[in-house]
Design a protein around this ligand. Structure first.
Ligand code: GDP
Length: 430
């Protein structure tokens, strides 16, 4: 059985915690898209970790962790992350890297930085991890596959060709130092030696694992609204964040994905620029940011303060629909325990008309939130393990959100730890 764990919104919904929790029963955890640009924060018996590239299953000795072909593989970051977890007493994770994954080159990171600097205030809010230049090159067919690290002649020729093109831009457009193909060849030789122990044909491994009935998790990065096709283009990431892409980014048949767990946070947060209709500001936002997540809502990769907002039913319903949600994991609900009343965005007003459908970017920029206010529960719900034991107003909040988004909330997370989870039967469960 393959399960996907994906985000409904802008990312940071708590996918890392849900993956870490479900990994207990899983054999294989796969990253299928994105790169070291976003992070998952995980709290467990070994401590608190921010993972950027490693799958969130690395904390269990029984799991195999896979970097799929769809990932933007930053080899030095991956190796450093392996070192940083083992240094903190986590047993060395079993790791496999697809021979078809492509490599984030040092110049991808440089181009990302140069472009953000050039754009100044009009930037995309990139984390400058080289992700957009990486995927541009991949689809322009000038990327470097892991398997090519063992093809020296090809590497040498291709580096010459690619550097020639890149150097025109560096010299005449960005006015920056030029790339040296020989230097890059040396870097790639170093990458080859570092990654060699992990490289394999991942799709063959997964084909066998599926036949043996192994439990497999696909771990998504970011969320629906950052998808290049269905998100808030152009303020999106450069690889698909949808569960469907799990099949492509891991190399498995789409029909094997039997469960799609979409993670929704009980309020909203976003990093970087782009439309965020239910956003709040000032004191109200600061308090939610300070109390949010586990120790405040700050980016796991950048440390940037996250933009805050109330739960957005329009965006979440859309986010769940595009993921193909079978289950919603509703997270960070404990954080809302301080509020007398909780506003929820139930519709958008666009050009004088109310809508519950998530629009394209131009209209989205003109959308204003229509809020409905629900009563708070004013208690700390951490430690509660049964749905019936939640305060009545808390259950009402969950039921209201479920009815608005139209997908079954079957898991409720009320704390950052693995054990902070409440399973719930949903009437919407088909
Ligand atoms: P991801 O990228 O989707 O994994 O999200 P983040 O790494 O931003 O995780 C969200 C943050 O919230 C992390 O610091 C988690 O430890 C924390 N977290 C996850 N679930 C819960 C929860 O139910 N309650 C609280 N208080 N914190 C949570």
């Amino acid at each position: 059985m393959v399960k996907a764990i994906v985000g409904a919104n802008w990312g940071d919904e708590g996918k890392g915690k849900i993956t870490d929790m479900l990994a207990k029963e899983a054999d294989i955890i796969i990253r299928f898209q994105g790169g070291a640009n976003a992070g998952h924060t995980i709290l467990n018996a070994y401590g608190k970790f921010a993972l950027h590239t490693l799958p969130s299953g690395v904390f269990y000795a029984h799991t195999t962790n896979v970097i799929g072909n769809g990932v933007a593989l930053n080899i030095p970051v991956l190796i450093e992350e392996m070192r940083s977890v083992t240094e903190r007493n986590v047993p060395a994770p079993k790791l496999l890297v697809s021979d078809r994954a492509q490599i984030v080159m040092p110049y991808h990171i440089l181009f990302d930085q140069y472009e953000e600097e050039r754009l100044g205030g009009k930037s995309f809010g990139s984390t400058k991890s080289g992700i957009a230049p990486f995927y541009s090159d991949k689809y322009a067919k000038i990327g470097f596959q892991v398997s090519e690290l063992w093809e020296e002649e090809l590497l040498r020729e291709k580096l010459q060709r690619v550097c020639e093109m890149k150097n025109v831009l560096l010299e005449h457009f960005y006015h920056r130092p030029l790339l040296q193909p020989e230097e890059l060849l040396d870097t790639l030789r170093g990458y080859r030696d570092q990654i060699a122990p992990y490289v394999c044909d991942v799709s063959v491994f997964l084909d066998q694992a599926i036949k043996e009935g192994k439990q497999i998790l696909l771990e998504g990065q970011l969320g629906t609204l950052k998808d290049p096709d269905h998100g808030i283009y152009p303020m999106v990431t450069s690889s698909s964040t949808l569960a469907a892409f799990g099949a492509i980014g891991a190399g498995i048949p789409p029909y094997e994905i039997g469960q799609i767990i979409t993670v929704c946070k009980a309020y909203s947060s976003a990093v970087g620029a782009g439309a965020f209709v239910s956003e709040i500001f000032g004191e109200e936002a600061e308090e939610l940011r300070r109390r949010g997540g586990d120790g405040g809502e700050f980016g796991a990769t950048t440390g940037r303060p996250r933009r805050m907002g109330w739960f957005d039913c329009v965006a979440s319903r859309y986010g769940c629909r595009l993921q193909g949600t079978t289950d919603v994991a509703f997270t960070v609900l404990d954080v809302l325990g301080y509020l007398d009343e909780i506003p929820v965005c139930v519709a958008y007003e666009i050009d004088g008309e109310a809508t519950k459908e998530f629009p394209t970017t131009g209209k989205l920029d003109r959308a204003k939130p229509i809020f409905k206010t629900l009563p708070g529960w004013k208690t700390d719900i951490r430690g509660i393990r049964a749905y019936e034991d939640l305060p009545e107003n808390c259950r009402r909040y969950i039921a209201f959100v479920e009815a608005e988004i139209g997908y079954p909330i079957t898991m409720i997370s009320n704390g950052p730890g693995r054990e902070d989870i409440i399973y719930r039967k949903s009437a919407l469960r088909s």
